[in-house]
Design a protein around this ligand. Structure first.
Ligand code: TXA
Ligand code: MG
Length: 321
């Protein structure tokens, strides 16, 4: 899906004035502002209600722009960029001197991503600079994967939301840190640690490491949570869990991973047995189940396979409230 030329021009003009816009990307929708304008970054933090020491990702039109934002661009990072950009990969690199502390959260590194979505790309090309863009949700809530989600969440706080259709990946980008200490996956995403390792030799998956908690707000336990409590259940315990909840007067909503829910009294969604399809729909499905008026959302634990890693990560956080 693409946007009209006038809409694009209006969005770029707003960004130049230091305003923020809702921007479609292939992972999730972002709340984008000029990464070189401290006022725009402050606006992003204020709208999200996010603590100001949390760093944001800078989005670029091309990998050629990396040296403007990072003072080092190691060969391993270049190889990852060549393989996965434009796409759902974020590289954490030593920051260039001019990068605002509001962007880096005061750290010496900057997170960079070249998104693949044609609308995000068109905006970045026309804008010419870097766009800071965290996911366009209020802090701690489920990320938006449609323009409608952004409007529901942020309403009048964001005048322009470009509609690029539903996000294809549906989960936030894989974040990889490249430093002298090696290559580390800080946040799992569609691109798996194994795919990263294929390019760079080895990559440690430290996404669950407690040491990363202050650096990656996605690793704050309550992240990605709907309002209705979420409980993860094993497939073989689902009927028992439904019966248990019902016996206590609870209304139940269920998200499965490839099995139909045949109970007429249960609001059920089958998220699919295919991790790509499941990931694409996860946040929209959680939002829908959140509106079902249930007192608990039972999520059937998907298979333990590397292709489900990012989904497990988000589900575990959603259930941790
Ligand atoms: O897919 C995505 O990455 C989406 C779309 C909009 O591009 N953006 C996104 O942004 O998920 P956000 O702000 O919700 O999450 C960005 C993550 C945070 O967990 C943040 O801590 C981490 O990136 N991050 C940013 N800069 C970092 C840095 N210098 N070192 C380590 N982590 C960093
Ligand atoms: Mg986020």
């Amino acid at each position: 899906m693409s946007v009209r030329a006038e809409e694009l021009a209006e969005a770029v003009a707003a960004l130049r004035r230091g305003e923020v816009i809702g921007l479609p990307t292939e992972t999730v929708y972002g709340l984008a502002g000029d990464a070189s304008n401290p006022e725009a970054i402050r606006r992003i933090y204020a709208i999200k209600g996010r603590p100001a020491n949390h760093p944001v990702i800078v989005h670029l039109a091309s990998a050629d722009d990396v040296p403007r934002w990072a003072r080092e661009y190691p060969p391993q990072a270049q190889a990852l960029a060549a393989r996965f950009w434009p796409g759902p990969l974020t590289l954490v690199l030593p920051r260039a001197a001019h990068v605002l502390p509001e962007v880096t959260g005061g750290q010496d590194t900057v997170a960079l991503r070249v998104p693949a979505h044609p609308v995000a790309h068109a905006v970045l090309e026309a804008f010419g600079g870097g766009l800071a863009a965290p996911s366009a949700n209020r802090y701690g809530r489920v990320s938006p994967t449609t323009a409608q989600h952004v409007r529901e969440d942020l309403g009048a706080d964001v005048a322009i939301v470009l509609d690029g259709g539903p996000s294809d990946v549906g989960l936030e980008s894989t974040i990889v840190q490249c430093s002298d200490a090696g290559v580390r996956v800080l946040r799992p995403g569609r691109i798996t640690a194994a795919e990263i390792a294929e390019v760079v030799g080895t990559a440690s998956d430290t996404a669950t490491g407690a040491a990363d908690v202050p650096r990656v707000p996605g690793s704050v336990t309550s992240h990605y949570a709907p309002t209705t409590p979420v409980r993860l259940v094993d497939p073989e315990s689902l009927s028992e869990a439904i019966a248990w909840a019902r016996a206590r007067g609870a209304r139940v909503a269920v998200l499965t991973a490839g099995t139909a829910v045949s109970d007429a009294e249960v609001t059920g969604i089958d998220g699919s047995a295919d991790p790509e399809v499941y990931g694409r729909g996860l946040y929209a499905n959680l939002r829908q189940l959140d509106r079902a008026g249930a007192s608990v959302i039972l999520v059937v634990r998907p298979p333990e396979a590397p292709t489900w890693r990012a989904i497990h990560d988000r589900l575990t956080r959603a259930a941790a409230r």
